[in-house]
Design a binder for this molecule. Structure first.
Ligand code: ADP
Ligand code: MG
Length: 243
């Protein structure tokens, strides 16, 4: 489904990703944990070329891209196969919730407005925002804005959904409503890669967990094994400190 092979990323002299190999199966939910600065965001952003990896191969279904010779068509292929939810929502402030979700469908997927509206309304309802569709981002809470961002990603029906610390900007009392929407999306068989610091959530939602540090994967394993019987001392330390 998704294969990352030997992904390297340098920012100038700074070697941020040092040969990441990761496979994600169809319908699988992989959670990436790791201290700040370990390269988690850079890895997610490399998958859709928001950052161009210095080298490595990214394969999503039938799109296989060698980072050293990626064409515009390759990059477009990866962008169409993915959708990302960011820490800071990144909604269009001048569009209401409905139009924030519709715009990807009309502009990227080239659906007509009627179809785009039907799909978008359905998905906003699913994330619990049926009564907020005509609200602008400034009129919504952080949790509601992030649910609009999730709806926008879902509407694109990508091969894989990428979440980069989706609850890190939220006030504590708004975290749960967003996590439970992500949980619901996960339970519907979507393929997802989620970066989070919420360990309880990670344990609930993940099929597999990956720990990154200093641009390498320290350990990865099935969720129960990762939390109850990690192989690496570093993982025990990380879990111990974070819990
Ligand atoms: P994480 O998401 O795990 O906190 P990041 O992927 O954001 O880590 O960052 C990993 C390292 O790469 C950090 O040292 C960060 O400063 C550096 N970095 C990230 N983005 C850039 C950039 N655009 N330019 C230069 N350095 C960057
Ligand atoms: Mg990050």
């Amino acid at each position: 489904m998704i294969q990352l092979h030997q992904i390297h990323k340098h920012f100038g002299q700074h070697h941020v990703l040092k040969g990441i190999d990761l496979t994600v199966g169809k319908g699988e939910v992989v959670v990436i944990l790791g201290p700040s600065g370990s390269g988690k965001s850079t890895l997610l952003r490399s998958i859709n070329f928001l950052e161009q990896p210095t080298s490595g191969i990214i394969e999503i279904d039938n799109v296989k891209v060698d980072a050293t010779k990626a064409s515009k068509k390759d990059i477009l292929g990866l962008r169409m196969a993915t959708a990302m939810v960011f820490q800071q929502y990144q909604l269009f402030k001048n569009l209401n919730a409905l139009h924030n979700v519709m715009i990807g469908l009309t502009s990227v997927k080239k659906l007509d407005r009627k179809q785009a509206r039907e799909i978008s309304e359905g998905i906003l309802e699913k994330v619990g925002l049926k009564d907020r569709m005509s609200h602008y981002p400034a009129q919504l809470s952080g949790g509601q804005q992030q649910r609009v961002a999730i709806a926008r990603a879902l509407a694109l029906n990508p091969q894989v959904l990428l979440f980069d610390e989706p609850t890190s900007s939220l006030d504590p009392e708004l975290v749960d409503e967003v996590l439970s929407v992500i949980q619901k999306v996960a339970s519907e068989g979507n393929t997802m890669i989620i970066v989070t610091h919420e360990l309880g959530f990670a344990r609930d939602v993940a099929d597999r967990v990956v720990l990154m540090e200093h641009g390498v994967i320290v350990e990865q394993g099935p969720v129960e094994q990762f939390f109850t019987n990690p192989k690496e001392e570093r993982t025990r330390q990380f879990l111990g400190k974070a819990l």
